[in-house]
Design a protein around this ligand. Structure first.
Ligand code: FE
Ligand code: FE
Ligand code: MG
Length: 161
């Protein structure tokens, strides 16, 4: 399956599939970190922060779908066991043990910064070698950049209160 799809990829397809699965692990962990954080968070601005975290969780879930679709196109095998998320992830999962807004937002901010670096690497690797994955990574990194900005703005606004 995907004979021509794979043929036009100017990279080692197995290496590419591994990179995409690593990014998939990051997305699931990011999804859960946002999802659980949205439910745990408390304090001033709670409603705005909950809404933002949930929106980001939804975006990370969509990123996971896009990555999975690309892995399948390349005839790869998706991560089958959630235990492998931790083994493969580029970025750390930080449990929101402190439910105050600032620590939760900072944890997610570190995740976003790591995601931006990760997708930038995928962009560099796929540039002019695999336009399909390049465009996918470009779509995703734009969201991650928005996410970083949104979280930074929450912290800025809190400082001004
Ligand atoms: Fe993401
Ligand atoms: Fe994100
Ligand atoms: Mg947002």
């Amino acid at each position: 399956m995907g004979l021509t799809t794979k043929k036009i990829v100017g990279l080692n397809v197995q290496t590419l599939i591994k990179l995409l699965n690593q990014a998939l692990a990051d997305e699931w962990l990011a999804f859960y970190q946002y999802w659980v954080g949205a439910r745990q968070v408390e304090g001033i601005l709670r409603e705005r922060v909950q809404k933002e975290l949930q929106e980001h969780a939804d975006d990370e879930y969509k990123h996971a779908i896009k990555l999975a679709d690309r892995i399948m196109e390349l005839d790869g095998t998706l991560i089958l066991d959630p235990k492998d998320w931790f083994k493969l992830a580029n970025c750390k999962f930080e449990a929101p043990v402190d439910s105050a807004i600032i620590p939760i937002v900072n944890q997610n901010l570190r995740g976003e910064r790591c995601a931006i670096v990760t997708y930038n690497k995928i962009l560099k690797l796929t540039d002019r070698k695999d336009p399909v994955t390049f465009h996918l990574a470009l779509d995703i990194i734009k969201d991650e950049i928005d996410h970083e900005n949104d979280l930074e703005m929450i912290l800025e606004d809190l400082k001004k209160m």
